[in-house]
Design a protein around this ligand. Sequence first.
Ligand SMILES: [Zn+2]
Length: 288
Amino acid sequence: MRWRGERQSDNVEDRRGMSISRGAKVGGIGGLGLVAVVVISMLMGVDPSSILQVVEQNTQPSSISVEQSATTAANDDMRNFVAVVLAETEDVWNDTFQQAGKTYEEPRLVLFSGAVDSACGMADSAVGPFYCPGDHKVYLDLAFFEELHSRFGASGDFAQAYVIAHEVGHHVQTLLGISEKVRELQSQAGKSENNKLSVKMELQADCLAGMWAHQADKKRNILEAGDVEEGLNAASAVGDDRIQKQTQGYVVPDGFTHGSSAQRVSWFQRGFEQGNIGACDTFSADRL
Ligand SMILES: [Zn+2]
């Protein structure tokens, strides 16, 4: 993918190297832990309340305290790449919305490492990249790109661009009111219907990513030989057949029911070939 020297988005929020301490982690001292503290302190002849006071103090920051560490590498190549891809999505979606008489509100993209706090709750890297409709932000740990390569066998910069474009696709769905409508339908639907709706949302985001690639290439000739294959390969690699490991107790906004590899490939391709939003109506497609 040709990206060096292109415009970088100002909408990247770099939170890498920030550590998040969770009160809940230490706060787990309730229940059995608490009994143990009391029993042990009684055995040791210590007044349990003094120990509990110490525990209490340690659990005090029940809200998230964020600390900047010195390891933040604010200006590396990968960050620049992400900022260029985000800018390319802005250009395409600004135009597309404008042509439809609407205004595109550009999303922010948060780079994080390890864990991150979002309006959708706390998430750790294991959930993979996600979009949070609550704050209109895309969350991405760059380590996922490494995983995409090593664990899912999807390498290449365009594979990474596809991931970003897919998440931006969820933002577009949110702006167009599709996400809300689907959530409404889901609240009245049973589990299997719910999952079907999820799959349609995900495949639509894949199609929108394909559409973006079409438009961005038309504008700026970004694609090099092998790029489309990289995108298709990535779409296939992240099918439901393999899915991010989910951590209990964490919000996983984008963690399940994405469709099979074949479906993902086919919708990305459709968006890419037709290059318009009309190609991406997964909701009236019978074959799902
Ligand atoms: Zn998704």
